[in-house]
Write a protein of this length. Structure first.
Length: 151
């Protein structure tokens, strides 16, 4: 089983969007039994909150179910629990590495790396651009799933 943890700052916008998108893509390919997918925050600001209404609205508009979710914080133990810890931007990566106490097994990556891009996924909490965030998350998740299923 491949265990993936998507991570962003608050765990209500980007990482929950990525969790929902990846779960949907995995189901479309009938690979549910091969994956465990979750998401978490690097901060404690939104702990216990449900996904942001912008994320919910965007996913509904494209027919992707929102996974049942309440924001949680990434913990040091998550490094051992998951095979891949996927952040959305450089600040996430720095904080994830700090929380994990390093990255000796090279498990921490930015999502768009798998799409061959060095750009970050912008936080729609600040930009309000949930369409742009969705496009980037979809691109990253599709490329990441292709990587995982062809490696």
């Amino acid at each position: 089983m491949i265990k993936i943890l998507f991570v962003c700052h608050g765990n209500i916008c980007r990482s929950t969007m990525a969790e929902s998108v990846m779960t949907y893509l995995v189901k479309q390919r009938h690979l549910e039994h091969q994956f465990q997918i979750a998401s978490a925050a690097t901060s404690r600001e939104e702990i216990g909150n449900s996904p942001h209404y912008g994320t919910v609205n965007k996913l509904r508009s494209v027919g992707i179910p929102v996974v049942p979710h309440r924001a949680v914080q990434m913990m040091r133990a998550d490094y051992d629990k998951y095979d891949y810890l996927i952040g959305m931007d450089d600040a996430n990566i720095r904080n994830m590495t700090r929380i994990a106490g390093g990255d000796p097994e090279n498990k921490i990556h930015r999502l768009l790396e798998y799409a061959g891009s060095s750009r970050a996924i912008a936080d729609p909490w600040y930009t309000g651009e949930f369409d742009v965030t969705y496009d980037d998350v979809l691109e990253g998740c599709e490329a990441f799933l292709d990587y995982l299923t062809t490696s």
